[in-house]
Design a protein around this ligand. Structure first.
Ligand code: AMP
Ligand code: ZN
Length: 489
């Protein structure tokens, strides 16, 4: 029996039009998605990772709806300045100087750390990880193509003249003064919003990363890389471009301006040539005490959560519980609650697996169709994961149904949610703070002995075994509603 095909129309919120639009792929049956990736000068914080959980849910939803997905995430290893506009210095160069390491070593180290977080959060691998420094010749060629009509040269670099494209900044909807107020002035710029396409190395200086170009030795501007890599790997126009909400203000309007210039060399600089048809932005994860920022000493990295004993998928659950366009406030209590919810789900799955030793059925039967339809409607409604999760809760609570079919229905939903519900081992969710030394096999053996003693009503022995556990810092949890047998005391 075939599962109910997901048939609700997929609607997504397009930041360009500030409205929900039905998804219409550029190439029938395909979905091409580009996500702005991290600047690898430091570890990503958990807020950054929210952006990739969002992009992953989008990708999984597109796959689940039957589209053949090509997803690209870039790695920014050059060009991103300490200010998103043209002020400050290159984040990579700055970190390299501060840590007396080569930029290439820094990029490698933090790219790997980012990829570890990607795996830990069960984010699917994109078709391409595009690395900015691999595309510098293409960036120079792109800039050469638009330089005559859209750019002008200053001693500090080649600048894009935003007045040469139609409707600059419509993505930001920034009253121009407000947008411009935040941009530091560079001598000679024609408009405050003009931005660097190529940054010349100042005379007498040497940067670790620099290349020859028609505008002298230097490095590309940050916005250029995303225009070039998205265009090369996905072709203009492609379907969806994603990033955090901060990118709606400067980075993406500038990418769009470049794409317009590149797509219409005949002077037809129309807004339709924005590169991507749909621009989607996740809202921020916020943390009131300011621990999130990379510049604060101990910032909120995924590894910190893991060190405090939280499974990384509890963080994924936390993200899914909020709609991606809502701000999400981080708290340890919220994370603990998300972990509990995940535990309950895994406990239910564990019981189903015991009842269905053959694993999930090939497909869920018709009994599950109404719930699967509601799940489909939720994720198709601009990725409404909070509602989708409540439908999953209802599915889990469903009684008197075939366990193998129920597992198949859970698997179908988890293909979108990515909580790893069918394979994650419940024991892996146990709080296990860094530094806690426990011999798990021995603990399991004592627990089994103790169960047998209790079954034999040998309470003296059972109590003695409980004391032995306590001596090892382990508290036996009799009658725990989550079926948790022990925890660290
Ligand atoms: P960056 O490495 O600074 O270029 O940021 C990587 C991604 O994380 C971008 O898409 C940002 O828009 C996004 N981002 C940055 N801070 C947050 C946050 N607090 N919550 C959610 N997304 C964020
Ligand atoms: Zn980008």
């Amino acid at each position: 029996m075939q599962p109910t095909p997901p048939s609700a129309p997929l609607t997504l919120f397009n930041s360009l039009t500030r409205s929900l639009e039905q998804f219409q792929p550029v190439h029938p049956g395909e979905a091409r998605v580009y996500s702005c990736g991290p600047t690898v000068y430091n570890y990503p914080h958990i807020g950054n990772m929210r952006a990739y959980v969002f992009a992953d849910v989008l990708g999984r939803t597109l796959s689940y709806k039957g589209y053949r997905l090509t997803h690209v995430i870039n790695i920014t290893d050059v060009g991103h300045l300490t200010d998103d506009a043209d002020a400050g210095e290159d984040k990579m160069e700055k970190m390299a100087r501060a840590s007396a390491q080569s930029i290439w070593d820094i990029a490698k180290h933090y790219t790997e750390a980012y990829w570890a977080d990607i795996r830990a959060l069960n984010i699917r691998q994109p078709a391409h990880w595009s690395i900015a420094t691999d595309y510098v010749p293409q960036m120079i060629a792109f800039a050469e193509g638009i330089a005559d009509k859209h750019c002008y040269e200053l001693p500090s670099g080649l600048y894009f003249d935003v007045s040469t494209v139609a409707d600059y900044g419509r993505l930001a909807r920034a009253a121009t003064e407000e947008g411009e107020g935040r941009i530091e002035q560079v001598d000679g710029k024609r408009h405050q919003a003009d931005f660097a396409i190529w940054r010349k190395t100042p005379p007498g200086e040497k940067r670790q990363m620099e290349w020859d170009s028609p505008w002298g030795r230097g490095a590309p501007g940050w916005h250029l890389e995303c225009s070039v890599m998205s265009g090369k790997l996905l072709g203009f126009p492609f379907d969806i471009h994603t990033g955090g909400i901060d990118h709606r203000e400067i980075h993406h309007p500038n990418e769009i301006a470049q794409n317009q210039a590149f797509c219409c060399t005949n002077g037809l600089d129309v807004p339709a040539n924005s590169g991507a048809k749909v621009w989607m932005h996740n809202n921020f994860l916020v943390e009131r005490s300011g621990k999130m920022s990379k510049s604060s000493g101990e910032f909120l990295r995924l590894q910190l959560l893991i060190d405090r004993g939280y499974h990384p998928l509890a963080y994924r659950m936390l993200c899914l519980q909020a709609h991606y366009r809502s701000e999400l406030e981080f708290s340890w209590e919220g994370l603990a609650a998300a972990l509990t919810r995940l535990k309950r789900m895994l406990m239910a799955v564990g019981q189903l697996k015991e009842r269905a030793p053959g694993g999930p059925a090939a497909a869920p039967g018709p009994k599950f169709a109404p719930l699967l339809e509601r799940f489909d409607a939720a994720v198709s409604d601009d990725l409404n994961t909070p509602i989708a999760l409540t439908v999953l809760d209802e599915l889990i609570a469903l009684k008197k149904v075939d366990p193998a079919e129920k597992l198949a229905a859970i698997a179908a939903m988890d293909a979108v949610l990515g909580l790893d519900l069918l394979t994650l081992d419940r024991a892996a969710l146990r709080l296990r703070p860094k530094g806690a030394e426990i011999a798990e096999v021995e603990i399991e053996t004592i627990l089994t002995e103790r169960k047998a003693a209790r079954a034999d009503k040998d309470f003296a022995k059972s109590d003695a075994l409980r004391d032995e556990l306590a001596a090892r810092g382990v508290e036996a949890m009799d009658g725990d509603p989550l079926g948790w047998e022990w925890k660290l005391g």
